[in-house]
Design a protein around this ligand. Sequence first.
Ligand code: GLP
Length: 238
Amino acid sequence: MIAPAEELAVLAADAIEALLRREPATVLGLATGSSPLKVYDELARRHEQEGLSFARARGFMLDEYVGLAADHPERYRNVIDTEIASRVDFAPGAVQGPDGLADDLPAACAAYERAIAGAGGVDVQLLGIGTDGHIAFNEPGSSLASRTRIKTLTRQTRVDNARFFDDDVDQVPTHCLTQGLGTIMDARHLVLLATGRHKAEAVHQLVEGPISAMWPATVMQMHPHATVLVDDAAASRL
Ligand code: GLP
């Protein structure tokens, strides 16, 4: 019997594989957090065992912490390399993220928007959801039309992410660079994964709540091609 989270990962991987088989030069939107990890495992398995190739694909990350050292294991650039980029056959430089170590952060955000547009936009964007309804790092109050920019992380998000920083919230950066909600909405297909009861309220708002900057993921209700993959616990308030 396949565990529900694995089943969701297979569905998400199927969507990505279908695109890659049809158009090898697909542009993938890559998310961090625990939600997509099983998808990456499944894609790495298909690469290894079934010859699924990423050689002509490109990847764009959703977000990045500001100021984490280049070799910090929780720097999202390093997380994405570990979890997916180094496990498949992306060409060198094919995966990009916003530069959280840039001297001029607003310029780095603008450059990142240009890079995504220059690649022709994202074909399929993987997403998780924060317990407060954020996607990428678009915290409550984010403009629904926002583009890549600097954001201050909420206390809730820093507490949620402290598990990656020795359970010490003070080690979690206070700022990040994140694709905006408008940037994410430009992707041609959104695939959001959520598992566990702690995501139930956010999933309820995402699917059934009024569209509101206070629950940023609700912007997805306006997307013409959005897939929301949830287990029973995350769906328990629907
Ligand atoms: C972080 C990431 C988000 C992610 C969220 C949920 O804040 N920036 O992209 O969706 O965490 O994480 P998890 O999937 O670990 O619950």
